[in-house]
Design a protein around this ligand. Structure first.
Ligand code: HEC
Length: 188
């Protein structure tokens, strides 16, 4: 009889142990699930209308640039006589107003890691055909405030952008505004 009780107790103990393990594992799964759900919801509620993907052919680090701080208040119209970036333009930067204009006045130079993106809709067209990018990367181009210049073009609304111009041709002209860190468009 004594032997029987001991066995029963042992079985009970094992069963309890197993149940405890199982429920602990379940709890873990539930926690993980709800963490995943929270992450998804957070992303959805931040940018509900616009998925953050780069336009085809553009580098990933400019994905979602239209949600960045826009430097110009009104679109910049095409300039007569050989506009280097012909079209109607907007200029964006991946910085906050507080960072680049503490106390309301824009400060120069731009911080390392800054990315300035200009998009242009060509005259008579209704899609973005030009993307010009200035990236500030410490050490890349010390003679020109460490800006890396690249320009991408496409000539159809569903076409991929391709890299067309970069480097000297760009900073040669942008050097005119060296005093405001090579960026013509100032924060409005
Ligand atoms: C002949 C002069 C000239 C050349 C060459 C030039 N740019 Fe510009 N760029 C401008 C001017 C002027 C603006 C101001 C906005 C506007 O009117 O388009 C500008 C604006 C920009 C902007 C928005 C920030 C700013 O400075 O206002 C970017 C980014 C840019 N250019 C990149 C480039 C790249 C990349 C190249 C080389 C492929 C290039 N630029 C060549 C004159 C030039």
């Amino acid at each position: 009889m004594k032997m029987y009780t001991r066995n029963l107790l042992a079985v009970l103990a094992i069963t309890l142990l197993f149940t405890a393990c199982a429920s602990e594992k379940q709890l873990e799964e539930i926690t993980q699930q709800s963490e995943e759900e929270e992450t998804t919801n957070w992303e959805e509620s931040t940018h509900p209308e616009e998925p953050v993907v780069a336009l085809p052919g553009l580098p990933d680090d400019v994905a979602g640039y239209t949600q960045w701080l826009k430097l110009n208040a009104e679109p910049i119209p095409p300039q007569g006589g050989g506009d280097p970036h012909n079209g109607t333009k907007n200029v964006y930067v991946n910085q906050t107003r507080d960072t680049i204009a503490p106390n309301g006045t824009q400060q120069f130079p731009y911080p390392d890691g800054s990315i300035v993106v200009k998009d242009a809709t060509r005259p008579g067209k209704d899609y973005i055909g030009l993307i010009a990018i200035m990236r500030k990367k410490a050490g890349t181009n010390p003679d020109h405030n460490d800006w890396e210049f690249t320009e991408y073009l496409r000539d159809a609304p569903d076409a991929e952008f391709s890299l067309k111009f970069q480097g000297r041709i760009c900073w040669g002209c942008h050097a005119q505004v060296e005093d405001i860190d090579y960026v013509f468009t100032e924060l409005e």
